[in-house]
Design a protein around this ligand. Structure first.
Ligand SMILES: O=C(O)c1ccc(O)c(O)c1
Ligand SMILES: [Mg+2]
Length: 606
């Protein structure tokens, strides 16, 4: 399907925006009026540039406060509209978005609004223009797309149709199913935006927090499905007002936007549609989510502090790579690679995560179809070249075939020991990746779309230096879980906000005891925490005493419980050991804020 994007989604000047939209692969743009008014380029220059870039100009917007006004006021509406129609002729744009009246409406009467839109339609038609009437969620009288359609139906004018904007419909909780009652050729335009689930007034929500599809909580696939079933034939266009995207790199945001539409088109294509259109929607290569984390890589000039922690947690040193400065540690199914190549002056960070996928070729094709940037580096652990992509946070994502011959690359490591036959730690439970504030939403979309993971709701965890926003993307069966955390702004030092990997165990207390016997000093947890544990849960005092002694934390909900402990942080990395019982699916959010305070105390000595 044709793709389009409103210029308001992006940072920069109108000319910069057009270049970025074209480079990201959009077919067209919506010209957001303030971008044009503020541009030194004439309408004719904009047309020439768009033509040269291969972009169509699909929509001019917005035209405000047109209907439901007094006759006297309407005279001025017509005067304003004529000026805009002449401008649109210069721009060669044939569709103008008219949003429902917010500021000047005094007449709450569909007949009056319809008659005014009809007269505006006559004027538009005389200029070769059509009007797409959009119900803003905060419109004075018209704030529901079903009412906007009723007015358009009453107006009964060939140049008057509706514009459907997912935000205005889904933010109000309006059922999009009635879209199917609108004839497809009366849906003149379709604007798409996602948004996080927030409880706030819709105007602020819309103007500051919209997201690209796949980054928020709206069910946009179903929404688009209704539009396609209605017979909509126009472009899928993005209209996202967002405080972050207004200031991030224009090309990067445009590419993220395009990825979101590619993902959404695929989601919509999966729905059984009554009226599939001849030009799509296009499917992506379909892949199952990864079945496991293959390995996690720590990179540093000197990883020896991490090696010590791994040894204390019971990992076995499996050897050094025969040709590279890389060491392999394993325990159960968990593999950690310590990489000292090309890391001069770098403290330890989580640099890469490998994922085991069932169908390597198709997973790589999907990543490429979503324009995931390829990384070319010699794989540290094997001679075969694994498909590798760079996530928005800089993490390198390796794809490895679950069916490959494991012995192959492990034998490239020499001088190591035999893996333990009875490991206390059994695998990787989750990997926690710190996100720069400006690429968090992009990361949610990247990991969920490229790896076919599902994103849950986001949570805020209090730290002494700020709130840490956290969202998990995971496979349905929980075998792969990534926790994406936005670091508070205070974390600007080189190691950044600490990241961690959590290993699973069937007995966290035993694992903590064994680690202690190997010299591990767990992250110290305040006594107050254990006093509070008694208040939260009816626990055996002897068990809590053990927990306190070993720095072990505990959580429980209606589904099961969670017992876990943390190592100290080295550079930008720490390790966690977790035991899930019953069907507990959380991450101990209450405990995470205790952990953040403890880490803060350790780093400041306070
Ligand atoms: O926030 C606004 O005013 C506004 C303007 C035009 C739109 O298409 C829209 O959805 C919102
Ligand atoms: Mg809109």
């Amino acid at each position: 399907m044709r793709t389009s994007i409103a210029t308001v989604c992006l940072s920069g000047t109108l000319v910069e925006k057009l270049h970025a939209c074209a480079e990201a692969g959009f077919d067209g743009v919506e010209i957001f009026e303030p971008d044009l008014i503020g541009s030194p380029a004439s309408p004719e220059e904009i047309v020439a540039l768009a033509h040269r870039l291969g972009l169509t100009l699909d929509l001019y917007q917005p035209f405000r406060d047109a209907e439901g006004v007094t006759e006297e006021e309407f005279g001025d509406v017509l005067r304003r509209a004529r000026a805009k129609f002449r401008l649109m002729q210069r721009l060669g744009i044939d569709t103008m978005l008219v949003c429902s009246n917010v500021g000047t409406a005094t007449i709450d009467d569909d007949e009056v609004s319809a008659a005014q839109l009809r007269r505006l339609g006559d004027e538009a038609a005389a200029h070769g223009v059509r009007l797409a009437y959009e119900a803003l969620a905060w419109g004075r009288f018209v704030d529901d797309y079903r009412r906007a359609w009723r007015i358009v139906e009453l107006a009964d004018h060939p140049a008057v149709g509706v514009c459907l904007d997912s935000f205005h419909i889904l933010s109000r909780g309006h059922d999009p199913a009635a879209i199917e009652q609108i004839p497809g050729d009366k849906i003149f335009f379709l604007q798409l935006a996602d948004a996080p689930a927030l409880t706030m007034d819709v105007l602020s929500w819309s103007r500051h927090h919209r997201l690209f599809p796949g980054e928020g909580a709206f069910d946009l696939a179903t929404f688009v499905g209704h539009c396609l079933a209605a017979g909509y034939r126009g472009p899928m266009s993005l209209e996202v007002f967002n405080d972050v995207f207004r200031q991030t790199d224009v090309l990067r945001t445009a590419k993220q936007a395009k990825r979101s539409l590619t993902w959404l088109e695929d989601q919509a294509a999966r729905l059984p549609l009554q009226h599939p259109r001849p030009d799509g929607p296009v499917r992506l290569p379909e892949v199952a989510p990864p079945v496991a984390v293959d390995f996690v890589e720590v990179k540093a000039e000197d990883t020896s502090d991490v090696d010590v922690l791994l040894r204390q947690l019971g990992f076995t040193f499996r050897g050094s790579h025969r040709s590279k400065q890389v060491r392999l540690w394993t325990q159960g199914a968990a593999r950690v690679v310590c990489n000292e190549q090309q890391a001069r002056d770098q403290p330890p960070t989580l640099a890469a995560v490998g994922f085991e996928v069932v169908d390597l070729a198709t997973s790589a094709a999907r990543a490429r179809a979503l324009d995931a940037p390829a990384v070319f580096r010699r794989t540290h652990a094997r001679d075969e070249e694994l498909p590798t992509f760079r996530a928005p946070d800089g993490t390198e994502v390796f794809l490895a075939s679950v069916a490959r011959d494991e012995a192959g690359w492990v034998t490239e490591f020499e001088g190591g020991e035999e893996a333990s036959a009875a490991p206390l730690l059994t695998g990787v439970d989750h990997v926690n990746l710190a996100q720069p504030w400006h690429s968090y939403d992009e990361a949610v979309l990247f990991y969920s779309s490229v790896l076919s993971l599902e994103s849950g709701s986001s949570q805020d965890v209090a730290a002494p230096t700020g709130l840490v926003r956290s969202q998990v993307v995971r496979s349905n069966d929980g075998a792969v879980r990534l926790a994406l955390n936005v670091a508070p702004q205070a974390f600007t030092h080189p190691a950044g906000f600490p990241q961690h990997m959590a290993f699973s165990t069937d007995d966290a207390l035993a694992a903590a005891r064994a680690a202690r016997s190997r010299g591990l000093r767990p992250l110290p947890i305040p006594a107050n925490y254990y006093d509070d544990l008694f208040a939260r849960f009816d626990l055996d005092p002897a068990v809590v005493e053990d927990m306190q002694e070993l720095g072990v934390l505990y959580d429980r909900d209606g589904t099961g419980d969670f017992t876990h402990f943390y190592t100290e942080t080295v550079g930008g990395v720490f390790l966690e050991v977790v035991q899930r019982s019953g069907s507990y699916e959380g991450y101990g959010a209450t405990n995470a804020s205790v952990r953040l305070a403890a880490q803060h105390a350790r780093s400041t000595g306070a």
